[in-house]
Design a binder for this molecule. Structure first.
Ligand SMILES: [Zn+2]
Length: 279
């Protein structure tokens, strides 16, 4: 089976000590391409370096909503320069996140040192990046937590990228799926959704049109439930455990079960979808 990871962060320092093994495991698992998303000005150069070194990496550059509050005054020029330098690149990860404002703990280590930008500021930065994707004819990868209604309103009122856009790890309602699909959305299923506590999402992914389905890992984030992990988690320099990117294959298997499809048939459909969106 030819596999495609529609959204991950393989430039992340958590994976640096394991890089050789990770790319060998991806090749052995049949992974043909991975979209590696930069999320802040500080990691864009690392995405560029990884894309130059590893042919399966498709680079993507954007300012993630968690990083909006700490952007520099010339973030736009820097982002344009990344896209100018790499003709294969996409726009992302961009998005809206109300979770960091309403639900994240004040001492969440993932948000340490970050100014949490209000939704209006996130929206301004998102709109600018979306328009950048539109003007260049590039697909965009979108993150959304606790803000799907606001995201839908914003997208409906905006110009949208001609190839379409990805709602990565979509966890909004099933009801909003057709509304987003009408605007050009693709939906990437994450293996972490196989956790029995996320059973609600089975109906959500049943509602996604087959020609809009993609699969992702978000690695090193979003681990699969342990019994589903085909590749054991990777120890990080900080003493955490990272999602092994080759668990993409286990995510495909889980989604095939949810959709009642043969894994090979699902993989062929996802391959077509991936090329339609990302070229
Ligand atoms: Zn991500």
């Amino acid at each position: 089976m030819n596999l495609y990871d529609a959204h991950c962060h393989l430039q992340d320092s958590w994976l640096t000590p394991h890089r050789g093994r990770v790319f060998a495991d991806l090749a052995a698992a049949g992974v043909q391409a991975v979209v590696v998303n930069g999320s802040s000005e500080s990691d864009w150069p690392e995405v560029a370096a990884l894309a130059a070194a590893r042919p399966i990496v498709r680079p993507s550059y954007g300012l993630h909503p968690w990083d909006v509050g700490n952007r520099t005054s010339d973030w736009q020029a820097r982002l344009v320069a990344c896209l100018d330098a790499e003709p294969r690149a996409f726009v992302g990860e961009i998005g809206l996140d109300r979770w960091i404002l309403d639900r994240a703990k004040p001492d969440d280590p993932r948000l340490a040192g970050q100014r949490r930008a209000p939704l209006s500021e996130q929206s301004d930065v998102f709109r600018w990046q979306l328009e950048l994707a539109v003007s260049r004819g590039l697909p965009a990868s979108v993150h959304c937590l606790d803000a799907h209604g606001a995201l839908h309103d914003l997208l409906r009122a905006a110009r949208r990228p001609a190839p379409g856009f990805l709602l990565h790890a979509y966890n909004g309602s099933a009801e909003l799926v057709p509304a987003f699909a009408k605007l050009g959305a693709y939906f990437s299923f994450n293996g972490a959704f196989l956790d029995p506590r996320k059973e609600r999402l089975r109906a959500v992914y049943a509602a996604v049109p087959l020609d809009r389905l993609l699969v992702e890992t978000d690695a090193p984030a979003m681990r699969l439930p342990a019994p589903r992990e085909e590749f054991p988690p990777l120890p990080t320099p900080e003493g955490e455990l990272a999602n092994h990117p080759a668990n993409l294959r286990a995510a495909y298997r889980g989604l095939a079960e949810w959709r009642g499809l043969e894994p090979v048939a699902l993989a062929q459909q996802v391959e077509e979808n991936f090329h339609r969106l990302f070229g």
